[in-house]
Design a protein around this ligand. Structure first.
Ligand code: SF4
Length: 202
């Protein structure tokens, strides 16, 4: 099954995709830059599932507390909860695609896929592989209008993408195009790669 990280890795560098997903070599990565995001995602999941998180909230540092408060007060985060850390997959053509949604919520008009970002949102959010894969998968499961929301916690903004018939067709074509390229690839190296965790084994 192809998930967003796999396709993003391939688009970043086919050789890296080969090392990581074909050879299955795990390169060590520094965890510090991801700590805040991990904490906020875990907290959000417990909170949405109705757990008592007061003890966890007390151990957040001031920066984490302010990011968490932004998320807790976000208009989309406060819509009706359906599920969180939610695995979805579907088949397009002969290929399985899927991933784990941060949260799925709804109101009387539509369903919303939420993705919280403590760092930057994608440069081209409408055609980011994560946006496309999540919307296509949710579209197979739910008979409802669908919207993807990037909750940009760095800038306290929401970025909204509504799934239309035109977008659905474009997303299907685009994802199939990338997967077909992966399947036919001989995994060439990227030319400029100063900061790659696979440099030593590449
Ligand atoms: S070192 Fe460069 S070519 Fe090798 S996997 Fe990393 S990004 Fe790709």
């Amino acid at each position: 099954m192809y998930n967003p990280n796999m396709l993003k890795t391939f688009l970043d560098c086919p050789k890296k995709y080969y090392l990581k997903y074909v050879r299955q070599i795990q390169a060590p990565v520094k965890s510090e830059p991801f700590e805040k995001g991990k904490k906020i995602h875990a907290l959000a999941n417990y909170y949405l599932k109705g757990c008592d998180i007061t003890k966890f909230e007390k151990v957040l540092n001031p920066d984490e507390t302010s990011v968490w408060n932004l998320l807790k007060n976000n208009e989309y985060f406060n819509k009706t909860y359906i599920n969180s850390e939610y695995n979805l997959s579907c088949k397009i053509d002969n290929y399985w695609i899927g991933g784990r949604l941060d949260a799925l919520v709804k109101d009387e008009n539509r369903y919303y896929i939420l993705d919280y970002k403590t760092g930057s949102i994608p440069q081209n959010p409408e055609f980011d592989v994560q946006t496309m894969i999540y919307l296509l998968c949710a579209d197979k499961f739910f008979d409802a209008d669908l919207t993807f929301i990037y909750i940009d916690l760095k800038n306290n903004k929401n970025y909204r993408i509504d799934l239309t018939d035109e977008m659905r067709a474009k997303y299907t074509d685009e994802i199939l195009k990338i997967i077909t390229t992966v399947e036919k690839s001989n995994f060439p190296k990227k030319s400029a790669c100063k900061f790659c965790e696979y440099k030593k084994v590449c």
